[in-house]
Design a protein around this ligand. Structure first.
Ligand code: NDP
Length: 496
């Protein structure tokens, strides 16, 4: 793993020029993994210029050429999968089992999916709608895309941002979180090794307020694709609106997990623990609010508590570790403060709610936490926590369950658990979210879109739907008669 030079601009790895030094650390241990200088506006300018310079060449490659290059890219990643998994685990404080079983294979699959999808870019019309003209639809790349990504799944977020854009013939400048740049730079290097021209994928590692802002407001950035918190997403959208710039927003979530009384209790409890604790809860689709029908409520809470007791916190490179640390001490303290506030407001902390004792307590670890007796309008139920915390609340009727599920500003993902096909159908229709799982929670696949409703943003990542974000639709209308005086000219003049 190369640890210095966290900019990748025009095919070269180097340090930033802002003069501001920073460290990338393993949040589980505090170990410093890389020390470097952040990107400033000049680095962003250089990266945008590199992406702009190669746009004409890349956008004119055939779909087959882009596809072949991307398949080689996937092979490069696969050949280095272990190295990627180790790096991803260390920068994110995530268990090696998660990195090597989910993050890395998921990202490789994404590359292969978009290598195939590049060959299926298509418009929907080719016909004579006016009788005298043939209309066709062209889908064209937009230009240089400015992408901004969060820290929770660094490689997957880089993949989700870069791949549909590049497959469609755009070029990209990606700003990863300054906490987790290493695997994004390795990802761009692998593209170069696969023969993708320099400048197609550039990485600028800088802070949001400096490099992020420079990217959003840059006149040569044709579109901003942002994944992160709703608060920052709103700022980015406001700025993009002022510049009449296209924007794609993947924002926060607060996923409900609705358990009807006819659900398989064991499957549901296991789904809740895995869905709430994956990546230490730092997942925008994590199960955060379990609404459980009253007859099965107590049994559900008891079984979830029991399963949480078996979740092993430990060093991230130990294959036996189930849950790693949060991304930073700051994030851990934010989660701890939210749980403390909930306790003071009258909620019951059934499990966890603590920073672990001993050596783990020196890293950013927080215990798996189960909370009951919280009010629906309290912060712990309404706001995104981004930590290993599940709140359970009872409900009586199906109407109540669906009303409560929809009662937050967010709408990214949700699940409903039932053996009744009609309840499942109603929940999938009425829950306002970009994804509703039935009898599961979390799985994602490259072929299907990911994106939010409401304050969770708009636009889609993954799947061919993402091409709607990263292409312009052009209508080409060709006159077919060849006559000098067209029938519509009569509306202006009639002399023949
Ligand atoms: P932030 O919104 O804090 O940051 C996201 C990115 O935006 C980072 O790269 C950050 O840079 C950058 N940024 C910060 N301020 C600005 C600014 N003023 N202008 C431009 N860029 C800026 O989110 P987090 O990194 O804390 O990530 C967690 C959030 O991401 C959660 O809300 C989560 O739900 C959401 N998320 C959503 C997903 C989805 O698909 N809907 C997927 C994954 C996460 P830096 O931090 O380096 O300063």
């Amino acid at each position: 793993m190369e640890t210095s030079g966290q900019q990748f601009i025009a095919g070269k790895r180097r340090s930033g020029t802002s003069g501001e030094r920073y460290e990338v650390t393993n949040p589980a241990t505090g170990e410093v993994l890389a020390t470097d200088t952040l990107a400033g506006p000049e680095d962003v300018d250089e990266a945008v210029a590199a992406a702009r310079a190669v746009f004409a060449e890349w956008s004119r490659t055939t779909p087959a050429e882009r596809s072949e290059a991307m398949l080689r890219w996937a092979d490069q990643l696969e050949a280095r999968a272990e190295e990627f998994a180790r790096a991803e685990s260390r920068i994110g404080g995530k268990p090696i089992r998660l990195a090597s079983g989910f993050d890395i294979p998921g990202s490789i699959d994404n590359v292969r999916f978009f290598a195939g999808a590049a060959r299926h870019l298509e418009g929907r019309a080719s016909a004579e709608y006016s009788g005298e003209h043939t209309s066709t639809i062209r889908r064209e790349p937009i230009g240089v895309i400015g992408s901004i990504a969060p820290w929770n799944y660094p490689l997957q977020m880089a993949a989700w941002k870069v791949l549909p854009a590049v497959a469609a013939g755009n070029t990209v400048v990606l700003k990863p979180s300054e906490l987790t740049p290493l695997t994004s730079v390795m990802f761009a290097e692998a593209a170069q090794e696969a023969g993708i021209p320099d400048g197609v994928v550039n990485i600028v590692t800088g802070s949001g307020p400096v490099a992020g802002q420079a990217l959003v407001t840059h006149p040569d950035i044709a579109m901003v694709s942002f994944t992160g918190s709703t608060a920052v997403g709103r700022q980015v959208a406001a700025q993009a609106a002022g510049l009449a710039k296209r924007v794609h927003l993947e924002l926060g979530g607060k996923a409900p997990f609705v358990v009807f009384d006819d659900a398989d209790l064991e499957a549901t409890a296991r789904g809740a623990v895995a869905g709430a604790l994956i990546n230490a809860g730092q997942d925008c689709t994590a199960a955060t609010r379990a609404y459980v029908q009253r007859p099965v409520y107590e049994a559900f809470v008891a079984r979830v508590a029991e399963l949480m007791d078996g979740v092993r916190l430990g060093p991230v490179d130990d294959p036996a570790t189930d849950m790693g640390s949060l991304i930073s001490l700051r994030q851990r303290d934010k989660v701890a403060a939210m749980v403390e506030n909930a306790r003071e407001a009258g909620a019951t902390i059934v499990r966890g709610g603590r920073i672990p004792d001993g050596p783990l307590g020196r890293g950013a670890y927080y215990e798996p936490t189960l909370i009951t007796d919280a009010a629906q309008d309290s912060a712990i139920v309404q706001q995104e926590i981004f930590g290993p915390v599940l709140v359970c609340l009872p409900f009586d009727s199906d109407d109540d369950a669906l009303r409560l599920a929809n009662d937050t500003p967010y709408g990214l993902a949700a699940s409903a658990w039932t053996s009744n096909v009609f309840r499942a159908g109603r929940a999938s229709r009425e829950i306002q979210a970009g994804c509703v799982w039935i009898n599961d929670h979390i799985p994602i696949i490259s072929e299907m879109p990911h994106g939010g409703y409401k304050a969770s943003g708009f636009g889609k990542d993954m799947s061919v739907y993402s091409f709607d974000e990263y292409t312009n639709v052009k209508h080409v209308m060709s006159e077919n008669t060849g006559v000098p005086h067209k029938s519509w000219h009569d509306t202006v003049f009639t002399s023949r």
